[in-house]
Design a protein around this ligand. Sequence first.
Ligand SMILES: Cc1ncc(COP(=O)(O)O)c(C=O)c1O
Length: 278
Amino acid sequence: MVEPSLSNPKSDAGGMNPDILRHILSRWRPEDAKDPSSDIPKLLYCVPTGGNPTGSGLTLERKQEIYRLAQEYDLMILEDDPYYYIQFTEPLVPSFLSLDVDGRVIRLDSVSKLISPGARIGFLTGPQPMVQKILYKVMSSTSHPSGISQMLILSVLKKWGHEGFLTRMEDLRNLYREKSQQCIVHLNKHLRGLAEWAEPTGGMFIWIKILGITNTSDLVTKAYLKDALFVAGKVFQIDSSAPSQYIRASYAFATHEEMDKAFSRLAECLKEELSKKI
Ligand SMILES: Cc1ncc(COP(=O)(O)O)c(C=O)c1O
């Protein structure tokens, strides 16, 4: 097994790589999970669909393998999955929660990406003792989500009904799938040969590797000054002071014309940076 590094990242276009996870966990023995003094990890956090920032999603096979590893090392899985209904291929890949036979998955859903981010409503599903503990924590911090927001979302859901909700989710999938494809068209037009990317499998983001430079911070600032907004890859790293060759673009709101302008301006800024190096 090769050590994970920037050129051999811990996740790829298919999301978290179970082989790398196994390699990382092999520093411990599965029996260490029973030793309270061991520093063995206890929880695996994961964004299984439309990864923010990578746009990648786990296949069912990867989820099953990761779940088996969680069983072997007795890990809880925290499944942060607000983009679940925005998967671009159907049938939808089932959630970790639906694979759970041990009560080791806590699932987080949010209406932010599906109905309204301003409502600030999310919900949690998982084993009762864990949910109860989290509930106590909520009671001693925010008390509960806004009652008005809860009423609003409840009445929307009641009005739509189950079938109506699923139809809306299908519309949403179609909308974002189309937007992701438009984004790829403009990337190809302006950045072919200057950058590399993997097609998103869901969600709202595309993760772009910029070729020829080692850190995208200045590039992102220059593009911003030309009204083109991207996020520098380094802000998504555990060590956000380390350089990153990546940028994240969101296709959620931008129109065809805006995407065209944004990538054209990014390419201009990049060519300027590259010409300084010659
Ligand atoms: C993976 C992930 N989890 C959670 C959230 C936050 O969702 P909420 O608006 O419900 O706080 C986001 C939003 O960007 C996200 O990308």
